[in-house]
Design a binder for this molecule. Structure first.
Ligand SMILES: *Cc1c(COP(=O)(O)O)cnc(C)c1O
Length: 416
């Protein structure tokens, strides 16, 4: 690395060649060797997302009056997502840059709602299951709140009784996940919603992963517990377009069950030289690309396209679950109904298996509690490699059992 600013321009080919060449050490996500960070819904889907993104590369959703096209795409995407998640006509929402920003908006909206409607003295508190995404702590850290994390039940779902016990006079908000990231299980949202209503609390359902896969799982006849706006008491939801929506990165949704609460979401400001400023989410400049790509992909795939992809994914996850369960000593953590899972072993060290799988060329991610291998999110890129994965897993378990792998003290990281 050099801190010398590029002294002279280079040719386009030269620059692009170097960009391509720099990928050499990146994980082989196209070979299905990793289960997170990329989400693949087919080359055709990728291409239309890229085309749409290029068409709106320069446009800026900061100015909806200058770019009514983007305003319309966002309105459509939000309306369709609200419909997918069974919201009624009072609902509203915004597109954001990702799940983290959606969660940030949820915590911010809940905070400002509570200030007006049920003020607490001291630092406002969010009560969340231990399994909730770190974005809730990030949001609380940025926004001056605290998060109390509550141990989950033996099924790894939120323990509603313990969450009830954790509520005190500073609590303003509860959190549930559909599903949570580590084990892929869905928290008991109906019970959490009841608890929220009894205590006049905001309930955010984090469906960053589930928002665009759970409805299609249901369409395939797979059992999915109630998790969305059909449950009375759900105040807001997050659903990531750039995960199971298979759209361009930089796209999620933040959704409110009641548009009257939008005043607590939007930031308004007048006291400067340039006049009125109004902004529904964190960024100023908002890239048009991810918004146009989301609109394009939702239209391109449509309900039937998502159901078809979900069908392929659920066939693959069933084969994986069966294959894992048939391997001596391995068990799936909890009962994950969607397309994320993790597995562990009580007979041998699962991190030895992780190590042996890593040597076989898989980018294996580990979970901390319990010690497990985390499969991340299954997408279409993984469907062709399920058999290879299982075969390598069988061999890796043999290695672990015979103690031939040295367990390195690899950090259990996500986002690191
Ligand atoms: C991915 C994820 C998030 C955060 O979303 P980003 O788009 O990575 O910011 C939040 N919650 C859950 C359950 C997630 O899986």
């Amino acid at each position: 690395m050099t801190n010398r600013f590029p002294p002279k321009g280079r040719t386009r080919d030269d620059v692009l060649d170097e960009l391509e060449a720099q990928k050499v050490n990146d994980v082989d996500w196209r070979g299905g060797r990793i289960g997170l960070y990329t989400h693949f819904g087919g080359d055709d889907v990728l291409e239309i997302a890229k085309d749409a993104s290029r068409m709106y590369f320069s446009e800026n959703a900061l100015g909806p009056s200058a770019f009514p096209s983007l305003a319309r795409f966002e309105t459509d995407v939000i309306a369709w997502t609200l419909g997918l998640l069974n919201a009624d006509d009072d609902a509203s929402g915004s597109m954001t840059s990702g799940g983290t920003e959606s969660i940030m908006m949820a915590v911010k909206t809940a905070r400002d709602w509570s200030r007006d409607n049920r003020p607490v003295s001291g630092i406002p508190q969010v009560v969340a299951p231990y399994s909730a995404h770190p974005a809730f702590n990030k949001a609380a850290h940025y926004l001056g709140l605290e998060v109390k994390r509550v141990p989950v039940g033996p099924d790894y779902r939120a323990n509603v009784d313990r969450m009830a016990d954790a509520i005190d006079d500073r609590t303003i908000m509860l959190v549930g996940s559909a599903p949570q990231f580590a084990h892929g299980v869905i928290d008991p949202i109906s019970d959490l919603a009841q608890l929220a209503q009894q205590n006049d609390l905001w309930l955010h359902v984090d469906a960053c992963v589930g928002g665009f896969i759970a409805p299609f799982a249901r369409a395939l006849g797979r059992p999915v517990p109630p998790f969305d706006f059909s449950v009375p008491g759900v105040s807001s939801m997050s659903a990531d377009l750039h995960k199971y929506g298979f759209t361009a990165k930089g796209a999620s949704t933040f959704l409110l069950s009641d548009q009257a609460h939008r005043i607590y979401q939007v930031f308004e400001f007048d006291d400067w030289s340039r006049g009125h400023y109004s902004s529904p989410t964190i960024p100023g400049t908002r890239p048009g690309g991810p918004i146009a790509a989301a609109w394009a992909v939702l239209n391109y795939l449509g309900w039937d396209g998502y159901v078809r992809i979900a069908g392929e994914l659920f066939d693959a996850i069933d084969r994986l679950k069966e294959g894992i369960s048939e391997i001596d000593g391995l068990s799936i953590v909890g009962d994950p109904p969607l397309t994320i899972l993790s597995y562990t072993s009580e007979d041998y060290d699962i991190f030895a298996v992780a190590e042996a799988m890593t040597r076989r060329g898989w980018f294996i991610t580990r979970s901390a509690d319990p010690r497990a291998i985390h499969m991340g999110m299954l997408t279409l890129i993984h469907v062709p490699v399920v058999d290879q994965y299982l075969s390598d897993l069988r061999d890796s378990v043999e290695d672990a059992k015979t103690g031939t792998v040295e367990i390195t003290d690899k950090a259990i990281t996500y986002g690191g």
